[in-house]
Design a protein around this ligand. Structure first.
Ligand SMILES: NC(=O)c1ccc[n+]([C@@H]2O[C@H](COP(=O)([O-])OP(=O)(O)OC[C@H]3O[C@@H](n4cnc5c(N)ncnc54)[C@H](O)[C@@H]3O)[C@@H](O)[C@H]2O)c1
Length: 309
């Protein structure tokens, strides 16, 4: 297949590109290197892709429009480009609106009417559900941050372009993804670095927030399987195992062999109190189940982070 991966220099996008190439597909990666985290980290994410004969990279800001030649002949589009993260979205709404909503609009406009297009997979988030994101896809969508609102609005754009223009879009709602290359501001990344370096972990809230996280390889597998889903479908994509943040600290202490020094801080504005994906639908439609246990996935992320220190 001829594929486009937007957000290719990001955490999940770079893994997805590698897997698609390994499966024999041709991939055009698109990314504009937003300043959400430093460009050298994103260039390192791309390091395994450079030079692959089936990989092309286009440094392009989707919100500025998508040239017709970029979309020409494409069969699968994986739209992962976005400004992630809840906290900054309170401070910088216009940037979130541009990268999450306008960019999605420009991409869908470029894909509308394509004779070759088979699927567009949109990477959405559990944040569309808001503070309590535990359950299946029938949970009410009540985002508790501007980030969640822009991601939900982009889902709705996908639905409208699917209904009115036959753009064959499928929505996946990712529940916190972790593993090697996890974004540097994400919880597990920060916790692991702090324990490895004997520094305090800034815990926001009481640590009893429940999380159902997804290992990167499981996320990539489900994302590729979603190309076989019916257009218009929406799926939760999560790891299955539920733990509190305090339980994660215990696991990391055991894996790393050092104590976690915990520094308590007030909860983040709009933080999710519980996330746990019911992924029955993804299994029923596409036969997907997570295969990596949290202990194994965390151990892999720890090994990767040791190489960065
Ligand atoms: N990582 C998670 O746990 C998680 C959870 C839920 C949803 N998601 C979603 O998954 C997707 C990927 O997340 P990630 O963790 O890999 O984030 P990431 O920040 O590592 O990757 C996103 C990439 O998109 C690029 N980008 C942003 N706006 C762009 C634009 N206008 N044009 C071109 N490129 C642009 C950024 O430069 C970045 O490299 C995002 O859509 C995010 O909302 C991620």
């Amino acid at each position: 297949m001829r594929c486009i991966v937007t957000g290719a220099a990001g955490f999940i996008g770079s893994h997805l590109c590698e897997r698609l190439l390994a499966d024999g597909h041709a991939v055009t990666g698109i990314d504009c290197f937003t300043d959400y985290y430093p460009r050298p980290i994103k260039e390192r994410n791309l390091a395994n892709l450079g030079g692959h004969p089936q990989f092309q990279f286009s440094e392009l800001d989707l919100s500025q429009g998508v040239p017709a030649e970029v979309a020409s002949g494409v069969e699968w589009v994986f739209h992962l480009a976005a400004m992630a993260g809840l906290t900054r979205s309170w401070l910088d709404f216009d940037t979130y609106n541009r990268h999450n909503l306008t960019a999605t609009h420009r991409l869908l406009e470029a894909l509308k009417g394509s004779p070759t297009l088979k699927r567009v997979i949109y990477a959405s988030t559990s944040s569309v559900y808001g503070k309590y994101a535990s359950g299946d896809e029938t949970l009410p969508t009540k985002p508790s941050s501007p980030y969640g609102i822009t991601k939900l609005a982009a889902e709705q754009l996908c639905r409208v372009y699917c209904d009115e223009w036959n753009v064959p879009a499928v929505v996946l709602r990712y529940f916190s993804v972790y593993g090697p290359r996890q974004r540097p501001e994400m919880g597990y990344h920060l916790f692991i670095n702090a324990i490895l370096q004997g520094k305090p972990i800034k815990l926001t809230g009481d640590g009893l927030q429940v999380r159902g996280n997804t290992y990167i390889a499981d996320c990539v597998e489900a994302t590729i399987r979603a190309t076989q889903a019916m257009p218009g479908e929406v799926f939760n994509l999560g790891g299955g195992e539920l733990v509190t943040v305090l339980e994660v600290f215990k696991k990391l202490e055991r894996i790393i062999g050092k104590p976690a020094i915990i520094e308590k801080n007030p909860p983040r504005l709009g933080d999710q109190l519980a996330t746990g994906a019911d992924v029955t639908k993804l299994f029923r439609h596409l036969g997907w189940k997570p295969t990596t246990s949290l202990d194994d996935g965390l151990a892999k992320q720890v090994e990767w982070q040791k190489t960065l220190i």
